[in-house]
Design a protein. Sequence first.
Length: 259
Amino acid sequence: MMRELHITKGILEHHMKDFMDSLSSDVVIVGAGPSGLVAAGYLAQDGLNVTVLEKKLAPGGGIWGGGMGYKYVIAQEEARCVLDDYNIFYRRVDENFVAVDSIAMASGLIFGAAQKGAKIFNLITVEDLMVSEGRVRGVVVNNTFALMNGFPIDPVTLEAKAVVDATGHSHDIVKTLSDKNDIKLFTPTGKPIGERSLFAEPAEKAVVENTKEVYPGLFVCGMSTAAVFGGYRMGPIFGGMLLSGKKLAGLLKEYVKKH
């Protein structure tokens, strides 16, 4: 017999179990774009407790729209390994590049990260950080709709050994840390430098190079690196984003072991 009570109970019990398991994570990744999802999948696959928080309804970041609404993006040959690991199909452009259906890529990364064990929550906004003794120790979260409507609702907190700013161009997490605290980031100026205009080749290299810790306990990946370290934007080529996520996973595996 179908009872509405059983439907609601099943939703709440399973959601709350996942959320309770995320109250203390190895890694909290803020932003479910390509680099964050790639890192989350690799980390969860290796047994880490990984929580991904997305403020919007749909994870996937800027992949969905392809290039100006044309539903393909480009990836470099060296990033094909990530596409293969996530079972995402592509078409050969030439010996250096492949074309990837943006819808298949976004959905493939979301499903792949979840299937590998990452817990992904949408409609949750990180409005602040937990900072003590010179390091980031977690995030302060609230319901996206509550914040959109300006409701005076207090947030709750999630602890983590490491937090990742994968919020893209807006670099919300690093910006909040820098604006609200008297601290110096691991950048040349001690502050976010700001993203530069489009120049694809150096942008792709820099997004991987600058995937790293920016303050004790806080890492950056993907387009957040451009805003924080002054890199160029690159447009609808995603190899650097995929490789940024893969590099981040490697860095965080070692970091969590030490902390």
